[in-house]
Design a protein around this ligand. Structure first.
Ligand code: NDP
Ligand code: 2IT
Length: 452
């Protein structure tokens, strides 16, 4: 990611060069920054005051970065030392907000790319939430419940001092689901002697969690795809859908796709993918992934209409719509070429930055509707903000009311991105639209709040 940017204001090239020089070993962070800077060039041209007040220079530098030791002891009595992170990127619109990821690949580059994306995603939701992200290089796979609990407690022993309902509010991400959130929240409560509901979202619905938060990211990504198709007078009815991943986002994307009349035919994990021409059995997938926590091949072992393809990704299956919902850079130019050759109509990112820059360009050049994660997966964090509202006012909203709110938020997110793209002369480009609409809101707030 060192190429020179052309036809953009000088500040974009200068800031990107400085980001590369100051963050040399952070390719994912550079990738995320590059996409945003190129997209917002028209906004900077229209608003010289943003350039004069150094909005971009300030935005690419996190407000605070916390890196800490996480020691823990496994069931066999062996000591492990993991690394914990929390990058508090921007609090200009509200408390830092964004998930925690537990995965062996987690490093500063990954956390910073996710935190940077989160600023604009959260702004796009229209709610009062800043941007942050955190996690650890801890690998939860194969660990017992007791080990997971001890790890979460050790992680929170340090992180608690940086959190709070008005300061920084984490949630889940890869490797952090209902179980981990319970242990993390419990340890925060123990250390602080406060039952501070609003300091974490994604909590169990019995103890302060919001209805629909579990489902929100996957449901929202499908709602976003529906909105993009509607612009072209199409619907999800009868569409074949490829989903990658088999975690929180993937499962509920598959569930909502069924409900809206589509046929989801794939799911995957890091070992390979399954294709089921009869449509994915959501109950079986949930049983295998949320209860038994086994590999995706087990799905094909238990269902005769399915087959497992080892070591591959689902993009070689012929589908109308693709919903990459596993991890970053999981859909590259070869995958995009295969999807386009098979007639794909729309791609909506359930995951964060799953599509490589070359693949994004290939989709857009081919006229495929492309919904970037900042917009398409914003339903998760938007529903987290609904959870914070309910916690603050001690209310509980029903599932149906909450889903209706999510549906409306996704329409608003779509329309904001669509309208911004058109306003800046890039009609139909949801990457430019999402980045511009999110950036505009953040930049106006930074301008108003002074140089801090
Ligand atoms: P989960 O941990 O629930 O599921 C992750 C899934 O992705 C698993 O099937 C996992 O397989 C697969 N996966 C993870 N890493 C890799 C990899 N390197 N290669 C191949 N497959 C991989 O996470 P979520 O569903 O919560 O998150 C999925 C994506 O969605 C992430 O990009 C996350 O940032 C994003 N997201 C999540 C939100 C949320 O609310 N949870 C909100 C918005 C975005 P395996 O078990 O084999 O690792
Ligand atoms: O990437 C994301 O938006 C999330 N993992 C959810 C963040 C949140 O605070 O709900």
């Amino acid at each position: 990611m060192t190429e020179t940017l052309l036809a953009v204001p000088p500040v974009v090239n200068d800031v990107f060069a400085s980001v590369v020089a100051r963050n040399p070993h952070e390719p994912e962070f550079q990738q995320a920054v590059h996409e945003v800077l190129v997209s917002i060039a028209p906004v900077l041209e229209a608003h010289p005051e943003f350039v004069e007040s150094g909005i971009v220079e300030r935005l690419v530098e996190p407000e605070r970065q916390i890196i800490f030791r996480v020691p823990w002891v496994d069931d066999a009595g062996r000591l492990h030392v993991n690394r914990g992170f929390r990058v508090q990127f921007s609090s200009v619109l509200g408390p830092y907000k964004g998930g925690l990821r537990f995965h062996p690949s987690v490093n500063l580059s990954i956390v910073k790319f996710l935190g940077f994306e989160q600023i604009f995603k959260n702004a796009l939701t229209g709610q009062g939430i800043g941007g942050g992200k955190g996690g650890s290089d801890f690998d939860p796979h194969g660990r017992s419940d007791a080990e997971i609990m001890r790890f979460c407690q050790s992680f929170m022993n340090e992180l608690y001092r940086h959190l709070g309902e008005h300061t920084d509010v984490p949630a889940g991400d890869i490797g952090v689901g209902a179980r981990e959130i319970g242990y993390l929240f419990g340890q925060y409560r123990k250390i602080t002697n406060r039952h501070e509901s609003g300091m974490f979202t994604g909590k169990g619905v019995q103890w302060g969690g919001a209805e629909v938060r579990t489902e929100a990211t996957g449901y929202g990504a499908v709602f976003f795809a529906e909105e993009m198709l509607a612009v072209r007078g199409e619907s999800l009815e009868g569409k074949r859908i490829a989903v990658s991943g088999s975690g929180n986002v993937a499962i509920y994307a598959i569930a909502k796709a069924w409900q809206l009349g589509a046929l989801p035919v794939t799911a995957s994990d890091s070992s390979g993918y399954i294709v089921d021409d009869a449509g994915i059995d959501v109950d079986l997938l949930r049983q295998l992934k949320e209860v038994e926590r086994v590999r995706i091949s087990e799905y094909a072992a238990r269902r005769s209409s399915a087959r497992f393809v080892e070591g591959a990704r689902p993009w070689e299956v012929a589908v109308d719509i693709a919903l990459p919902s596993a991890t970053q850079n999981e859909l590259d130019i070869d995958d995009a070429t295969a999807l386009i050759a098979n007639g794909v109509r729309a791609v909506a990112e359930g995951a964060n930055m799953p599509t490589t820059p070359g693949a994004v360009a290939a989709f857009q050049d081919a006229g495929v509707l492309f919904g970037p994660g900042k917009a398409a997966n914003a339903g998760g964090v938007a529903t987290s903000a609904l959870e914070m509202s309910q916690n603050a006012s001690r209310q509980r909203w029903s599932f149906d009311d909450s889903e209706a709110k999510l549906r409306q938020i996704m329409k608003n997110v779509h329309d904001s991105a669509f309208d911004a793209a058109a306003r800046y002369g890039y009609a139909g480009d949801y990457v430019v639209g999402a980045n511009s609409a999110g950036f505009e809101r953040v930049a106006h707030a930074m301008l108003a709040q002074g140089v801090i």
